[in-house]
Design a protein around this ligand. Structure first.
Ligand SMILES: CC(C)(COP(=O)(O)OP(=O)(O)OC[C@H]1O[C@@H](n2cnc3c(N)ncnc32)[C@H](O)[C@@H]1OP(=O)(O)O)[C@@H](O)C(=O)NCCC(=O)NCCS
Length: 178
């Protein structure tokens, strides 16, 4: 299955879920090509010391090639959290998880990770993975709390100066990762 969208519905949906936190109402959505300027703006707002920043072209290519991106909008419609979803060979990889500094500390990233795992399960994809730099304790804590395990520690494939924990979760019973 090449796309979580296809696995879920077989047709285009953008809105996934509304939810409320003490700070207000939020909406989880699929992001599209028209959202790239907002995604780049959010990436710029985060400062990006713990991730490899993506270029505008990277975002466009990711979306044009059928891969996905999940976003969380606040009640004013501003994009306040995002992550890229890359599906390959029965594995879904979550990358580039970012939360707006003004909206941190409310577990928005955990919400996004849990929703991604639910969508992966629903779509029949067998394996979920993410990579977290070993010194990114908040993010590591969140992936562990969402039921993912550290299965490897390797130099980052995107920036070999940094070691990353590979976080994994088997989503389909009986699946044995290579
Ligand atoms: C890592 C990140 C995604 C976590 O987002 P989040 O949804 O705010 O996560 P949490 O709500 O769990 O808060 C993270 C930590 O910040 C603390 N925090 C609380 N209020 C905060 C605030 N106003 N601003 C910043 N951090 C705050 C929380 O207490 C929590 O600490 P803990 O891990 O010791 O419990 C976010 O900090 C971020 O975008 N960082 C930059 C990019 C990045 O590292 N991405 C992850 C790549 S794998």
């Amino acid at each position: 299955m090449s796309s979580i969208h296809e696995g879920l519905q077989g047709h285009d949906i953008t809105h996934i879920q509304n939810f409320n936190l003490a700070s207000g109402a939020y909406r989880l959505v699929w992001l599209g090509i028209e959202d790239v300027p907002c995604m780049v703006a959010l990436q710029d707002r985060t400062g990006c010391t713990s991730i490899v920043p993506r270029t505008v072209d990277y975002y466009y290519t990711h979306l044009f090639t059928g891969q996905g991106a999940l976003g969380i909008r606040d009640s004013a419609g501003t994009l306040v959290a995002q992550a890229l979803v890359k599906n390959e060979d029965d594995t879904s990889l979550l990358q580039n998880v970012l939360v707006d500094p003004q909206h941190r500390g409310q577990k928005l990233s955990s919400h996004l990770i849990m929703q991604w795992l639910d969508l992966v399960k629903e779509s029949g994809i067998s394996f979920a993975q993410a990579r977290v730099r070993i010194d990114n304790h908040s993010s590591l804590h969140n992936f562990l709390a969402c039921g993912m395990d550290i299965t490897q520690t390797i130099p980052s494939p995107e920036d070999s100066r940094h070691l990353v924990h590979v976080m994994s979760k088997v989503m389909k019973e009986g699946y044995r990762p290579l």
